[in-house]
Design a protein around this ligand. Structure first.
Ligand SMILES: NC(=O)C1=CN([C@@H]2O[C@H](COP(=O)(O)OP(=O)(O)OC[C@H]3O[C@@H](n4cnc5c(N)ncnc54)[C@H](OP(=O)(O)O)[C@@H]3O)[C@@H](O)[C@H]2O)C=CC1
Ligand SMILES: CC(=O)N[C@@H](CCC(=O)OP(=O)(O)O)C(=O)O
Length: 342
């Protein structure tokens, strides 16, 4: 199958180049970038030189890409808003599109406008685009040709929480979530907050109390809980290049039900290749998932407060973006779920 990456010069685009150029069932046929058009990928991404042969970046033109007959699947690693400009003609041309941006993650245009500060760029496509964390979805999404890849923070949050909400083990109200992201989460843009001297040896919160991912988190948790979910989401920039560490504080519905948490996770993830359940008292470490498509999760119970404290880690650029996108492609096209991801 021939694949193209649109927005290949960014951080998640570069990870997609790495994953797809060595994928056993895919030929990476086109990679686009406005700033690098005409340049050799191997020269611009020297770490990938051994994988990319003489592939060059091309310009990003939605109409031309939609007219191409040789490309079967398009990965959009573009900013939200821009992604729709590509998704629309590609979808209309019958291509498969996996969108890493936020454009098709939310069910409501009103919520998109509220959180993203702009009218939804392609409301007519929302119905067509399922939002999929593969471990949490049934198989219906596989017939879709436009698929919304979840956000990085929301992935780190939903993987541990959704099975527990579905099982009724935690109170959906008053969930407090602190997440710590590596600086690559902000993309390759240059801004004062993201330069080495500002972030090295320093950490700070941002985006509170209404970070744009809160919309996605509450919408998905409410679906799992069949109830209103009130979440306090506190994102932080951590002095590391990549990785997300998330700590969730949630009230246990029943005392001493930590075993049920672990039983529920075991049922949900026991046979899944990309979620590791760590024993209680073992706290996940971003370093252990860097470069992998894995989420590591664990929980403790605090009898003084009656809260579960749930921890998860992912690599924001892989399970939080490009790896999850490749996992979706693998499942949709019947390849091994782990193909190109181990
Ligand atoms: N970084 C992360 O941890 C995660 C990112 N995502 C999402 O993935 C998407 C990409 O993120 P990330 O890789 O961080 O972003 P980057 O800022 O690193 O890269 C953005 C890419 O989009 C291209 N681009 C920007 N504007 C336009 C435009 N107007 N037309 C065409 N191409 C454009 C840029 O290339 P050029 O300027 O050369 O054309 C570049 O290749 C975003 O929607 C982001 O929210 C999702 C999960 C995690
Ligand atoms: C550290 C940092 O800036 N993180 C980004 C989230 C990462 C990202 O790109 O968001 P998506 O998952 O929606 O694509 C932010 O806070 O907006």
């Amino acid at each position: 199958m021939n694949a193209a990456i649109i927005g290949a010069s960014g951080y998640s685009g570069e990870e997609l180049v790495r994953l797809l150029s060595r994928h056993p069932d895919v030929k990476l046929t086109a990679v686009t970038s406005r700033s690098l058009a005409g340049k050799l990928v191997g020269d611009q991404m020297p770490a990938l030189r051994h994988l990319v042969g003489d592939l060059s970046f091309t310009a990003s033109n939605p109409a031309e890409l939609a007219a191409s007959t040789e490309i079967d699947i398009f990965f959009l690693a573009l900013p939200h808003g821009v992604a729709s400009e590509f998704a629309d003609p590609l979808y209309q041309a019958g291509k498969t599109v996996i969108d890493l941006s936020a454009d098709f993650r939310l069910g409501s245009t009103r919520v998109y406008e509220d959180y993203y500060g702009q009218a939804h760029p392609a409301p007519h496509l929302l119905e067509a685009a399922p939002y999929v964390i593969p471990e949490l979805a049934d198989d219906k999404w596989k017939s879709a040709s436009l698929i919304a890849c979840p956000g990085c923070y929301p992935t780190s949050i939903q993987l541990p929480l959704v099975p527990l909400l579905k099982a009724g083990l935690i109170d959906p109200k008053g969930i407090v979530i602190n997440s710590y992201s590596g600086v690559s989460g902000a993309g390759r843009k240059v801004a004062e907050d993201f330069i080495y001297c500002e972030r090295n040896e320093s950490m700070k919160g941002y985006g509170m109390p209404k970070h744009r991912h809160l919309s996605e988190i509450e919408e998905q948790l409410e679906k799992a809980a069949f109830a209103d979910c009130i979440v306090q989401f506190n994102p932080h920039l951590a002095p590391m290049s990549r990785g997300i560490s998330t700590t969730i504080v949630a009230k246990a519905k029943l005392k001493d039900s930590l075993n049920s948490v672990y039983d529920t996770w075991e049922k949900a993830y026991g046979s899944k290749p990309f979620v590791s359940i760590l024993p209680t008292g073992t706290f996940p470490d971003t370093k252990h998932v860097t470069g992998t498509n894995r989420a590591d999760i664990s929980a403790v119970y605090d009898p003084r407060t009656g809260n579960f404290i749930i921890n998860s880690v992912i690599d924001n650029l892989i399970k939080g973006a490009s790896g999850q996108a490749v996992q979706l492609m693998n499942l949709k096209f019947g390849f091994e779920e782990t193909a190109g991801l181990l």
